[in-house]
Design a protein around this ligand. Structure first.
Ligand code: PRP
Length: 183
């Protein structure tokens, strides 16, 4: 097991736990989409590690595409509006789409994004999240595939950041309060 980063209070999910659960999700999705060719749509940047591992855990034909979004800013956050910074490369019309996200928190981002994607007439649209924080939800959205349900703690690693740091940690840990409290 990797050494604990000094900015972290504890490890929440080890590399081994993540690997085992991602393999299970891969099996489940491969079963559900047998004979189909889903498009995995990763929402950058947090999902890049999960996307890389999940896509390799599938044993069916699939495509990958990427989208980058951001909140409009503090005043617009409550309305849940998001800004598309990078759109998908290909059309999703008539395709089976699985959105791949690192974390479902308030639900603002994905609730809005799903409206955008649904309007493009995919054959189906599902959501796969590595982490679910249901205690924070303010929008009516839930995931079809969930890796782990986590408590309301500041989690980083395996793609998740704080100020763009810690994304490359191979495990998921809880950030020490003193690290983010000073900002
Ligand atoms: C994270 C995550 C989701 C969103 C979830 O992205 O990847 O997109 O927040 O939060 P919500 O449910 O409250 O909308 P973030 O904005 O941190 O960007 P990043 O993926 O580039 O780190």
């Amino acid at each position: 097991m990797s050494t604990l980063h000094p900015d972290l209070e504890k490890v929440l999910l080890t590399e081994e736990e993540l690997k085992a659960r991602v393999a299970q999700l891969g099996e489940e999705i491969s079963r559900d989409y047998a004979g189909k060719e889903p498009v995995l749509v990763a929402i950058l940047r947090g999902s890049y590690v999960f996307m890389a591992d999940l896509s390799r855990a599938l044993d069916i034909l699939c495509r990958v595409d990427f989208m980058s979004v951001s909140s409009y800013g503090a005043s617009a956050t409550s309305s849940g509006q998001v800004n598309i910074i990078k759109d998908l490369s290909d059309s999703i019309e008539g395709r089976d789409v699985i959105v791949v996200e690192d974390i479902l928190d308030t639900g603002n981002t994905l609730h809005y994004l799903f409206q955008i994607l649904q309007a493009r007439h995919p054959a189906s649209l599902k959501l796969c999240v590595l982490l679910d924080k249901p205690s924070r939800r303010t929008k009516p959205i839930s995931a079809d595939y969930v890796g782990f349900t986590v408590p309301d703690e500041f989690v980083v690693g395996y793609g998740l950041d704080y100020n763009e740091h810690y994304r490359n940690l191979p495990y998921i840990g809880v950030l020490k309060r003193e690290v983010y409290a000073k900002d």
